[in-house]
Structures are given as structure tokens and as C-alpha cells.
Design a protein around this ligand. Structure first.
Ligand code: GDP
Ligand code: IMO
Ligand code: MG
Length: 459
């Protein structure tokens, strides 16, 4: 039997540097577009880095500074704060053209290139991914003749940014291109030509007549050029992030898409293809779970959804239209009108629990002002039974009928409020109602799109 000996002159015991600010995640608790971009921009100055860990250019995060709107798809939303490192982690799928456009926009705006680090292990969205995304959506929208299911359009309503096919190729392993590959022009050409050939053979029969085959050599040259432009930003972000937290700085994790669109825990199959909740952070960044110390769950004061899938509290009436117009509920990425509905506490209890939310950011409260009454869904009825637990599978969820509690509305111009005391009493009661129902305090209440139109609790 061997015994372990402890060297007498052992090096100093490792210390455990504690950042003054805990590392924090900002995640959407609904179906996206909750206002995550605004919250990230607000919190970013307290952190050493802002890190995207999932999704791709399907995200559209708005930051409004002094009335000017900036829409970001891949660039982390802390980019407007000099001194904050922006990081795109390995879990993101990157469309190089979109990212380079955003780098150029920020460079023009600020006069310097952003402090951006892009993971060499992030996967690249290639031209065939966008084509495949569109083909699959068309096929799902038009069921084969003789399909006796009686169901019509079964498309997901994707953003057609190639997200699903890019993540599928990552899982398939072989025919995939990562950011690091773009920096090796010698092997890139062979690799891309091989993938292009495979895609031409697999997609042509799906696409039918009119399919234009991919020219592997031309695409290889184009992506080698894009890779050269990205080269100054590409690094091993895992080591960069470990260095930042090791030096005692906190990081801010920026969730894209949202929990109800999570591929595992969302309203499958009407979801996106990545892990959008806090559970996706370790795998999408390489930082272990213990670095998710605080979780801000971002939610609208009502609900919206873009694309297909069940939405129990949807309002297909004048109230829904009113919310859409007042809230300017049109997609940041695709411009599509968002479906609007009342707040769904059944869904929010589920996503608050799943993410481990320690605080809430309640957004777009101003949009509800002027409504005579506000309804809130507190339970579902499915097949004549009352259900309190959210069924994330789209099939049972499609059968859910909302059970509403009706609250008094509130009026006035909320956009000028800067403390909770400035809010009309009805709006304050609404915030307290949500806090009680979810068992989590509201740390942020947002009353307008601008940075300034915000109430931050405890400040
Ligand atoms: P994200 O994807 O979660 O970052 O959200 P989006 O940027 O796609 O959508 C949120 C929209 O609401 C954007 O147009 C924001 O400018 C806007 N917004 C954010 N907070 C507020 C608010 O408190 N009131 C109003 N009226 N608009 C807001
Ligand atoms: P942000 O980060 C709202 C939705 C799409 C579609 C489904 C799948 O701005 O909140 P995909 O293109 O990902 O394959 O589409 O997911 N979706 C979003 N909806 N906000 C988003 O991102 C979304 N990202 C994806 O509309 O229903
Ligand atoms: Mg958005």
C-alpha cells in the first residue's frame, strides 16, 4: 500500500479570489425579445467581460442609447462600454458576414475596433445551412400529398439564419467548419470542397428543380478571406475567461433566444437548436457551473412569441393589436409581427425554477398603461383538469386553456418613472403581484426602451 506524502515546502495554498460582483447570467424567461439587450447594456460596466454562450444571428438584441437604437445579432450587448471585454463563446454558431458587419458598425461608431474575442471552437454558419433551413421549412409547411394526418403547415417559423442546420452539423461532427478552420487556409479549401460536395448531393433531392449547386472552391476562397478579417479576434476563449475569473473579475453571461425556445426544455419542437437557459452556460463557455452565481430572469410585463407553436395566453383581438403597436412588437431580426398575449405565470414559474433566477427584470411595463384591466394566467385547464405545472411539450401545451386572474389596470406616463414610488399605485401592485407569484424580487423594472428609462432596485 502506498501512502501519500505531503511535501513540507508546499507552495502557498491556492486562494479563492472572490469578485466584488458575482458572475451573473441574464436570460430570457419567455419566448425571446424580453429586452435582454437593454439589461445587459445596463449591467455591463460592473463586469470584466460580457459573454454570449448560445444561439447565433437568430438573436436580435436592442440597445437604445439617447434615443438611438442599435440592433445586435452576434456582438455581445455590453460592447458600448469601453473597457468591457466582449466574448463569443464556443457554444455560439457564427455567421462571419453578420459578425464582420457588426464589428465594422461598432468601429465606425466608436472610432476603434471592439475589444472582442471569438472562440476558435465556435461553429460557422455556412451558405448551405441557410439554404437547408429554408428547404426544411418549406417541406414542413407543405405536408406530402396523401398524408392523412389532417395537419397543415407544420413549419417552425425559423428566422432562416441557418441555425438548426449548423447545430445539426455540429452534432453530426464530420461535415462541419469551425472558426479555427477558417484560419488554416491550406486545409480549409479541401475541407470546404468536401463539405460542399456532400451538401450538393444531400440537398439537391430535397430542394427539387432549381437547386443551384454550391461551388466549393469559390466558397473556400470567400471564407478564407472572411477568416483573415476575423483573425485578430479569434482566440481560445476558454482560457481567456478562466484568466478573467481567476483574476477576480466577474463575467456577465448573455443568453440569446430564451428558455421556452431551449432545445431540451422549451416548447419542443417549436424551439431553436441551442441551450438558451442558464444550463447552457458551462457547455457554451467552458466555465464550470459555480461561476453562475446570480441569475437575472428577463421578462416582459406580458407575453410575445414569434414563429409557430402553442401560446396559451395569445390575444388574437384588439387588445393584442394594441399591445403590438404600443410595444412596437415587430421582430428585431426578421421584422415579423410578434404574437402578443397576457402574462403567463405557469410558464414563468417553470422558467424561473429551471434557470435558478435570483432576480427579475420586468420589462415594457409602460406598454400596459391605459388598459382598463390586465389579465394574468395563473393555471391551465387541460382536458377538464386544472394544471399548475407547465407542460413543455407542444402537444399537451396546445390543449391548455388559460385560467385568468383579472387585475385592475393603471394609467399615466410610466416612461418618466425612475423609482418604484414614481409609478402609479396599480403598476406597483402589478410588480409586487409578479414578485409574489414567482418568489423572486424585481431588480430591474423597465419603463421605456432607452437606457435611462429604467428603475433599478436597491440603487
Ligand atoms: P432581446 O432580444 O431580449 O434583447 O429583446 P429585443 O431587443 O429583441 O426586443 C425588445 C424590444 O423592446 C426592443 O425594441 C427594445 O428597445 C424594447 N424595450 C426594451 N425595454 C422596454 C421598455 O421597458 N419599454 C418599451 N416600450 N420598450 C422596451
Ligand atoms: P432573441 O435573442 C424571438 C424563434 C424563431 C422560431 C424559433 C426557431 O432576440 O430573444 P431559429 O431561427 O432559431 O431556428 O428559429 O425560435 N427565435 C426567436 N424568437 N427572439 C429570438 O432571439 C429568437 N431566436 C429564435 O422565431 O420561432
Ligand atoms: Mg430579440
Amino acid at each position: 500500500m502506498t501512502t501519500l506524502s505531503i511535501p513540507s515546502a508546499s507552495p502557498a495554498r491556492p486562494s479563492n479570489p472572490r469578485a466584488a460582483e458575482p458572475s451573473t447570467a441574464v436570460v430570457g424567461l419567455q419566448w425571446g425579445d424580453e429586452g435582454k439587450g437593454k439589461v445587459i447594456d445596463l449591467l455591463a460596466p460592473r463586469y470584466g467581460a460580457v459573454v454570449r454562450y448560445n444561439g447565433g444571428a437568430n438573436a436580435g438584441h436592442s440597445v437604445v442609447i439617447e434615443g438611438k437604437r442599435h440592433a445586435l445579432h452576434l456582438m455581445p450587448s455590453g460592447v458600448f462600454h469601453p473597457g468591457v471585454q466582449s466574448v463569443i463563446g464556443n457554444g455560439v454558431v457564427i455567421d462571419p458576414e453578420v459578425l464582420l458587419r457588426e464589428i465594422d458598425q461598432i468601429t465606425t461608431l466608436t472610432g476603434t475596433a471592439p475589444a472582442l474575442a471569438v472562440s476558435d471552437r465556435a461553429h460557422v454558419v455556412m451558405p448551405w445551412h441557410k439554404v437547408e433551413d429554408a428547404i426544411r421549412e418549406t417541406l414542413l409547411a407543405t405536408p406530402a400529398s396523401g398524408d392523412g394526418s389532417g395537419e397543415g403547415d407544420r413549419s417552425i417559423g425559423t428566422t432562416k439564419r441557418g441555425i438548426g442546420p449548423a447545430y445539426a452539423d455540429k452534432a453530426h461532427r464530420a461535415p462541419a467548419v469551425r472558426v479555427g478552420d477558417l484560419l488554416r487556409p491550406a486545409s480549409l479549401r479541401t475541407k470546404i470542397e468536401r463539405v460542399a460536395d456532400l451538401k450538393n448531393r444531400s440537398l439537391a433531392p430535397l430542394a427539387g428543380p432549381g437547386f443551384a449547386p454550391f461551388d466549393g472552391a469559390a466558397i473556400a476562397a470567400q471564407y478564407a478571406h472572411l477568416g483573415e478579417r476575423l483573425r485578430p479576434f479569434v482566440t481560445d476563449t476558454l482560457h481567456l475567461l478562466h484568466g478573467i475569473v481567476g483574476a477576480g473579475r466577474a463575467v456577465l453571461f448573455e443568453g440569446a433566444n430564451a428558455t421556452l425556445l431551449d432545445v431540451d426544455h422549451g416548447t419542443f419542437p417549436f424551439v431553436t437548436s441551442s441551450s438558451c437557459s442558464t444550463l447552457g452556460i458551462p457547455v457554451g463557455t467552458g466555465l464550470p457551473c459555480r461561476h453562475v452565481q446570480r441569475v437575472v430572469g428577463v421578462m416582459k410585463a406580458y407575453s410575445t412569441r414569434v414563429g409557430g407553436g402553442p401560446f396559451p395566453t395569445e390575444l388574437k383581438d384588439a387588445t393584442g393589436d394594441r399591445i403590438r403597436e404600443r410595444g412596437r412588437e415587430y421582430g428585431t431580426t426578421t421584422g415579423r409581427p410578434r404574437r402578443c398575449g397576457w402574462l403567463d405565470l405557469v410558464a414563468l414559474r417553470y422558467t424561473t425554477m429551471l434557470n435558478g433566477a435570483t432576480g427579475l427584470a420586468i420589462m415594457l411595463l409602460d406598454v400596459l398603461a391605459g388598459l382598463p384591466e390586465i389579465k394574468v394566467c395563473t393555471a391551465y385547464e387541460i382536458g377538464g383538469e386544472r394544471v399548475d405545472r407547465f407542460p413543455p411539450d407542444a402537444e399537451p401545451l396546445a390543449l391548455a386553456r388559460p385560467v385568468f386572474e383579472t387585475l385592475a389596470g393603471f394609467d399615466g406616463d410610466l416612461t418618466v418613472a425612475r423609482t418604484l414610488a414614481d409609478l402609479p399605485a396599480g403598476a406597483r401592485r402589478y410588480v409586487e403581484f409578479i414578485e409574489r407569484a414567482l418568489g423572486v424580487p424585481a431588480e430591474v423594472v423597465s419603463v421605456g426602451p432607452d437606457r435611462a428609462q429604467t428603475i433599478v432596485q436597491g440603487e
